[in-house]
Design a protein. Structure first.
Length: 431
């Protein structure tokens, strides 16, 4: 058998391999007898090809020609020789989050960035229809530790709220922030202060999870936006207290620092809040059980992170086998509380799973029917709950006739991704 390729075609093939760090082009051993002819043809086409003959000759390995650029890739991916068997996970943020009582936690201003949470006055039902543009904003009313800090700063926080009254509305929108104010003192670098809106205060109801999570996300954004900040202290009013509030804050804070850099290199790599080492919450309310609640929130955020990793992964990385490997890793890292059972193609055929197998025929890898089971280590099972998610990967889904969203077909495994995220969180928390 003899293979003859036009120089122009070789040029196209080689040029595409040289400019794309994801795709690979490999001639397998069945073409090994054609190497002399291929090398000669390539040299003849060197004027058209982006690869020199020397570069091609260097890829003559093991009796076959390989243009596999895997050694130059920053991550493991698919090749014509072998599909990807694993998917990397995004590491957790390195920022340390903790909480202390505002009365016993030391100096609030002893940090590079100080964030003061404030509630806006409760809304008057008679004023709901008033024009917000024409409505005059009353001066902000600070209490407790915030008032003491404002007095120590000569009323600077009150002035900050007044200067930004139209936009900040005394903190009427949860998660809103004033611009950063810098205050310099002799013998030390300037401190940065900012007011954090917590919404309108409702004296009859507890602060809901949505408000707390918006505030936490805003804190994470401030830590990222303010460069050269190593430490951040956050003052939270007495209405925000207890383990549930701290768990919600921790979950949203850590989730907001998520950045998928698995497939990025160079200047495209972004690490959220890269300079920040510690964030400390000063609680005017109860800080009991803070360490446990914050740890639980971080573990929930890790589950959310895994879900994002799965739906973000392109198909040259994520396939049925690398997804199954992810399930095995969840079980392995659970300390024995989660078991993983995977049914392959033959097991599915024995069970008559025709519809499932019919869809899986569109895949380059065999189907993997994944079953994760969590059991408490003490063996006390009080209730059984099942969560089911569809893991339809890009290659099994076929081509989408809506060509404007073709690249989003990888999101079709979002159901399974949510289940995996929940499983990871459960395995870490051990409820």
């Amino acid at each position: 058998m003899k293979l003859s390729l036009p120089p122009a075609l070789l040029s196209i093939l080689f040029r595409s391999c040289g400019t794309n760090s994801v795709n690979a082009f490999t001639l397998n051993k069945a073409s090994s007898s054609l190497l002399p002819s291929l090398a000669a043809r390539t040299r003849a086409a060197s004027a058209l090809s982006s690869f020199s003959s020397v570069a091609i000759d260097k890829r003559l390995r093991g009796g076959h020609t390989s243009l596999n650029m895997a050694a130059e890739r920053p991550f493991q991916t698919w090749t014509f020789d072998k599909h990807c068997e694993t998917m990397a996970w995004t590491p957790a943020p390195e920022v340390t989050l903790s909480a202390v009582s505002a009365a016993d936690g030391g100096a609030l201003e002893d940090a590079d960035l100080v964030i003061v949470g404030v509630f806006a006055p409760a809304k008057d039902e008679k004023e709901d229809g008033d024009d917000e543009e024409e409505k005059e904003i009353d001066p902000i009313v600070l209490t407790g530790k915030a008032l003491a800090l404002d007095e120590a700063l000569g009323g600077a926080l009150t002035e900050l709220a007044a200067e930004n009254s139209k936009a900040f509305q005394n903190g009427g929108d949860a998660g809103s922030m004033t611009p950063v104010m810098r205050i310099a003192s002799s013998g030390s670098k300037a401190k940065r202060y900012v007011l954090l809106g917590l919404g309108a205060e409702d004296k009859e109801k507890d602060v809901d999870s949505a408000t707390i999570m918006k505030a936490a996300g805003a804190v994470a954004s401030a830590c990222h936006d303010q460069k050269k900040v190593a430490s951040c202290n956050v003052l939270l009013p007495s209405k925000i207290e207890g383990g549930s509030a701290l768990k919600d804050f921790s979950t949203a804070f850590h989730s907001s620092l998520y950045a998928d850099n698995r497939f990025r290199t160079g200047k495209k790599v972004e690490i959220k809040a890269e300079d920040v080492k510690t964030v400390q919450l000063f609680m005017e309310g109860s800080a009991d059980g803070a360490a446990s609640a914050i740890a639980t929130g971080a573990q929930l955020a890790n589950g959310v992170s895994l879900t994002k990793d799965i739906v973000n992964a392109p198909h040259n990385v994520l396939n049925s086998e690398s997804l199954a490997d992810t399930a095995k890793r969840i079980a392995a890292e659970s300390g024995g509380s989660i078991t993983c059972e995977i049914l392959g193609k033959e097991e599915c055929e024995e069970r008559g799973m025709g519809a499932y197998l019919g869809v899986a025929r569109g895949s380059e890898t065999d189907p993997q029917f994944i079953h994760l089971t969590y059991k408490p280590k003490d063996g006390d099972i009080k209730k059984k709950v099942g969560i089911v998610g569809k893991g339809l990967l890009f290659d099994t889904g076929g081509y989408n006739i809506k060509t404007g969203m073709m690249e989003l077909m990888k999101f079709d495994c979002g159901g399974a991704a949510a289940v995996f995220g929940a499983a990871r969180a459960v395995g870490d928390i051990q409820p």
